[in-house]
Design a protein around this ligand. Structure first.
Ligand SMILES: [Cu+2]
Length: 287
């Protein structure tokens, strides 16, 4: 049992140890394996094949397991390290300590968006990006997208997702407008409001966070740690709510075999959503 802390409460020693463990995984090549796994399971609505990770009910359990795998890898380097979370409704500007030089570093420079500060700046020699969706070897960010500013999700926008009492709904993809899952994952149609909550955060950071190679930016883990916390909080707010779909979809359903119901194993770990509904035997969130 261990605790995931709010990143704003980490001591400077805890920050240093988190950063060192991440850099160790990068050196060993394990970090890039995580990026590759995320890319391999990024299957959109319009593509063929099972959709375990995105635009799908198992968005939450898939990422819970993905974070656990990453956290176990970090803990093999340093058993005291856990994945902190970033509450983007509170620490919602590029001036937040999250982006300081001794933690994740800051935004990218004008022009090529190359990150120039902090431990993950390419010029340190410790953070070369491989196998991503762009051929740029350096980490890029565009915090807040100054050329066409967007804001991080507000508490009201988050509440719009959290107050939704039903977990998910047909057609179980990016087009569904009701249900907690897509209101938090954030695929909505139309205009600047198109990206909600989780997706809006990816947009706000910019750079590699925009695409399937998003774990190339270590902030990915802090963002998804908060998303994982929110799933937990939603379950407590709605104690009678259940994961949906409950049972395998019928053969006539266009999503049959493409989305995972409660007892259908998710690639690549062959673990069922039902096995990931509760994390409290493994870790807790500091509140
Ligand atoms: Cu993802």
């Amino acid at each position: 049992m261990y605790t995931r802390k709010n990143q704003r409460n980490l001591t400077s020693a805890e920050r240093r140890r988190f950063v060192s463990a991440v850099l160790a995984l990068k050196r060993s090549g394990e970090y890039d394996e995580f990026v590759r796994t995320h890319i391999a399971h990024y299957v959109a609505d319009g593509e063929d094949g099972p959709r375990a990770a995105h635009m799908t009910p198992s968005f939450f359990p898939w990422h819970r397991r993905f974070l656990l795998e990453f956290e176990r890898a970090l803990q093999r380097v340093d058993p005291a390290v856990t994945v902190p979370y970033w509450d983007w409704t509170a620490d919602n500007t590029p001036a937040a300590a999250l982006w300081s030089e001794d933690f994740l570093g800051g935004t990218g420079r004008a022009g090529d968006l190359k990150v120039m500060t902090g431990p993950f700046a390419h010029d340190t020699g410790h953070w070369t990006i491989r196998g991503g969706v762009t051929d740029r070897p350096y980490l890029m960010r565009d915090l807040g997208r100054p050329s066409a500013p967007i804001a991080l999700p507000t508490r009201d926008e988050l509440a719009w997702a959290m107050n939704e009492p039903v977990y998910d709904a047909a057609p179980w993809d990016s087009t569904v407008t009701s249900g907690f899952r897509n209101r938090l994952e954030g695929w909505m149609s139309g205009g600047v409001e198109r990206w909600r909550n989780h997706n809006r955060v990816h947009r706000w950071v910019g750079g590699q966070m925009l695409g399937a190679a998003s774990p190339s930016d270590p902030v990915f883990w802090l963002h998804h740690s908060f998303v994982d916390l929110l799933w937990d909080r939603w379950q407590r707010m709605h104690p009678d709510a259940v994961y949906l779909p409950r049972t395998r979809l019928g053969r006539g359903d266009p999503q049959s075999g493409r989305v995972m119901s409660l007892e259908e194993p998710m690639p690549p770990w062959h673990v069922k959503p039902s096995e990931l509904l509760d994390h409290r035997n493994l870790y807790r969130y500091e509140v």
